[in-house]
Unconditional design. Structure first.
Length: 310
């Protein structure tokens, strides 16, 4: 299969993302121990996934003790338990990074363009399973939150939000000056995600640190998470032999790449970050996939394209 070529390597269009509906089905959902079968066909290791509160009634033998409503029990002096309705559709949330470092590439297309393509393919596949689609688009200036919605309308709303995000209209060549760190963004995501949801987080994980890990670990207790690490090949490995001038619009930097030690240290820094994120995912039952800007998004989403934490 050939690498998907966007209309522009630096932009996305609604028609392009809609055309990805024809992409083959992908198997990217991590397998988890079966606890209960919902009418929508999803098995869960999380209590409460796909369940909507219905009522409180007196406890009966066989009720799950974890569903006991202790406030009502204390007030009435008799044990009461919560009852839930099964939901037919599972919430699937796409958290997509629109911060300035995502608008970069030396090959293929911008990291954010590749991330949008991946999101579109995953969203169309989620629709085919009857899931509800939501979004969490964030940048250094703002964020857009879309509550999960069923049917094609949910997918179209996500695609339209990605195309219309104001980050595309930012003036070029301005430095990356985030108003909040990635850890704070993940903390907000914690308040948005409903228990039992599936979350696809697509980013280059600039500002990954211990606080990000702490917040993601909490999120992993209530949702299934897939992390997609977007990167440009230049970020992984410096070209051989030459002087390369870089600029953020204010300051210039010249990198001399004819020294093997410099190239090795550069490679090690990137490899260490990637390994740290992958190890974290393995330790918290998250799916991890690294995605280069010149990669084929369809191949990335095949089972062999990532690591499933067991």
């Amino acid at each position: 299969m050939k690498t998907a070529k966007p209309t522009s390597p630096a932009a996305i269009s609604l028609s392009e993302l809609m055309a990805l509906r024809a992409a083959p089905a992908v198997g990217v959902i991590p397998k988890a121990p079966a606890m209960a079968m919902l009418s929508g066909g999803h098995r869960s290791r999380f209590r409460g996934r796909g369940m909507e509160f219905a009522e409180v009634r007196a406890y009966q033998p066989g009720d799950d003790v974890r569903s006991i409503d202790w406030r009502v029990t204390a007030r009435r002096g008799k044990v009461h338990t919560k009852l839930f309705h099964e939901e037919r559709e599972r919430p699937v949330l796409f958290a997509l990074d629109f911060r300035r470092p995502m608008f970069f590439a030396t090959r293929g297309c911008f990291k954010v363009v590749r991330a949008a393509q991946l999101s579109a393919i995953l969203a169309w596949n989620a629709l085919s399973r009857g899931d509800r689609i939501g979004g969490f688009l964030f940048s250094e200036e703002h964020r857009t939150e879309l509550r999960p919605q069923g049917g094609q309308r949910g997918v179209l709303r996500l695609l339209q939000a990605m195309v219309a995000d104001s980050a595309w209209q930012r003036p070029p060549h301005l430095p990356f000056e985030p108003r909040q760190r990635l850890a704070e963004t993940i903390q907000r995501l914690l308040r948005v995600v409903r228990p039992g949801s599936q979350v696809h987080l697509l980013s280059d994980f600039n500002q990954w640190d211990a606080d990000v890990e702490k917040n993601l670990a909490v999120l992993a207790r209530q949702a299934e998470i897939s992390l997609y690490f977007l990167y440009d090949p230049l970020e992984a490995d410096l070209p051989h032999g030459g002087n390369f001038r870089l600029s953020d619009g204010h300051k210039d930097l010249t990198i001399v790449t004819d020294r093997q030690l410099i190239r090795h240290e550069y490679q090690q820094t990137f490899a260490a970050l990637r390994q740290r994120i992958e190890n974290f995912c393995q330790g918290h039952r998250m799916r991890f996939a690294s995605v280069a800007t010149d990669a084929d998004p369809h191949q990335v989403l095949m089972p062999k394209g990532g690591t499933h934490a067991r």
